[in-house]
Design a protein around this ligand. Structure first.
Ligand code: HEC
Ligand code: HEC
Ligand code: HEC
Ligand code: HEC
Ligand code: HEC
Ligand code: HEC
Length: 240
């Protein structure tokens, strides 16, 4: 219920925001189109570059050329080829490489531009549909939007140390080859180390209190599946 209410409110806010910016965009487009059409030789491709794997990320030429004033040769061809997907072929297009000063990290080092280990959300996208864990118990729901909007938690608060930015670490107790002791330890940590780092009755409601807020159970799971199917359909429509 709360989730639905929150998303209705933010949808309304977003609609207002988008219609306001649409008017502004049309207005400025009218003026600048008459004077000067978008010049891709000068600013690079107008459409953002989006990588889909291993995790979705975005790069926008205009913010780097038009806004930050960088010339093409500050990136091409020494740091990046002029071909979308070219860098990914090297096999080391990773956060670790950035930390070592390669690729985006050539500049995103905390001095030329913000450091790549901060502001994950500037380059990455949080999943819109809740993540539903089904093991070891069915089912626990984790909703990014509640945490980002109501909880005002930054991506890096969770993704730097607590969780990998990839579904799987929580359900890791099912991995083959774990001893009974390892399994028990992982299960204890599910509450007190992972979600419980915040759900400790001080930063957020405690994990020893409102079990069913997280544990939506098998019934909640079924409801979640049908609503996220619907959501996927809606998103698909909007993208066309
Ligand atoms: C801050 C770094 C940076 C700057 C500055 C930059 N680019 Fe790029 N450009 C990239 C990245 C990153 C890619 C994607 C490369 C990849 O996926 O391996 C790219 C890709 C491209 C592509 C290929 C697009 C495609 O769809 O295949 C073109 C064309 C391009 N850039 C033109 C330019 C031009 C022209 C300029 C100067 C006006 C410029 N770039 C400035 C980083 C930059
Ligand atoms: C040649 C230097 C350089 C490289 C390489 C570079 N950036 Fe940037 N980037 C900048 C500068 C300068 C700014 C503006 C200052 C700031 O925001 O700290 C910026 C700003 C940004 C922003 C904030 C502006 C926005 O679009 O909202 C994002 C996001 C970003 N860069 C992503 C990337 C990604 C992704 C890569 C690698 C594919 C990359 N950058 C590579 C120099 C660079
Ligand atoms: C300046 C832009 C930028 C910032 C900031 C950034 N990333 Fe990335 N990240 C990228 C790009 C570009 C890739 C490579 C393309 C891809 O995987 O989609 C990437 C790849 C990844 C990957 C998959 C490859 C790997 O390194 O394992 C993970 C996981 C990841 N980022 C997590 C994070 C987290 C967590 C943060 C914040 C602490 C963060 N990123 C901040 C741009 C950024
Ligand atoms: C309150 C903690 C928290 C915050 C804040 C948070 N995440 Fe997550 N995120 C998670 C958890 C938990 C998972 C699932 C990890 C697992 O299964 O091991 C996850 C998974 C992901 C995934 C992988 C989804 C998949 O299907 O594999 C991406 C991408 C991601 N987060 C991006 C973001 C971005 C971008 C932000 C900030 C805008 C963010 N997250 C903020 C906790 C958080
Ligand atoms: C970085 C801190 C942090 C982590 C880690 C975290 N949460 Fe939260 N969570 C919050 C905050 C802050 C709120 C909003 C305040 C509140 O409801 O107590 C919240 C709210 C929630 C709610 C919403 C309650 C409602 O009002 O509807 C659920 C459900 C939830 N978290 C589940 C989880 C689960 C499951 C995990 C682990 C996968 C997790 N959280 C990890 C900080 C966190
Ligand atoms: C902040 C969210 C959250 C709260 C509150 C919470 N849990 Fe969990 N719980 C999880 C997550 C995440 C998992 C692992 C994912 C899964 O099993 O689907 C889990 C797993 C479990 C498991 C299986 C693993 C194990 O430890 O044996 C049990 C049993 C369990 N919870 C019981 C409870 C009980 C009882 C309460 C209330 C006293 C509770 N949980 C409150 C998030 C929560």
């Amino acid at each position: 219920m709360i989730t639905n209410k929150a998303s209705t409110v933010s949808l309304t806010a977003m609609t207002t925001f988008f219609s306001a910016s649409l008017v502004a965009a049309l207005f400025s487009a009218n003026i600048s189109m008459a004077a000067e059409p978008y010049d891709a030789d000068r600013y690079g491709p107008q459409e953002p570059i989006i990588w889909a794997t291993p995790t979705k990320a975005i790069f926008t030429h205009t913010t780097h050329t038009m806004d930050a004033g960088l010339a093409c040769d500050s990136c091409h061809e020494d740091i990046f080829p002029m071909e979308q997907g070219g860098t990914a072929k090297n096999g080391d297009f990773t956060m670790k490489s950035f930390k070592e000063g390669k690729y985006c990290g050539t500049c995103h080092d905390g001095s030329t531009a913000f450091e790549s280990s901060t502001q994950c959300g500037s380059c990455h996208f949080a999943p819109e549909a809740p993540i539903v864990f089904t093991s070891p118990v069915k089912a626990v729901a984790f909703d990014h939007s509640i945490h980002l909007q109501k909880g005002k938690v930054a991506c890096e608060t969770c993704h730097k140390e607590v969780f990998a930015m990839k579904k799987g670490s929580i359900e890791g107790a099912e991995q083959p080859g774990l001893t009974a002791g390892d399994k028990r330890k992982h299960l204890e940590q599910l509450h007190n180390k992972y979600c419980g780092t915040c759900h400790d009755s001080s930063q957020a409601f405690g994990y020893l209190t409102r079990c069913t807020v997280c544990h939506i159970g098998a019934k909640g799971y079924d409801a979640q599946q049908s609503s996220s199917l619907k959501k996927d359909k809606d998103t698909g429509k909007n993208n066309h």
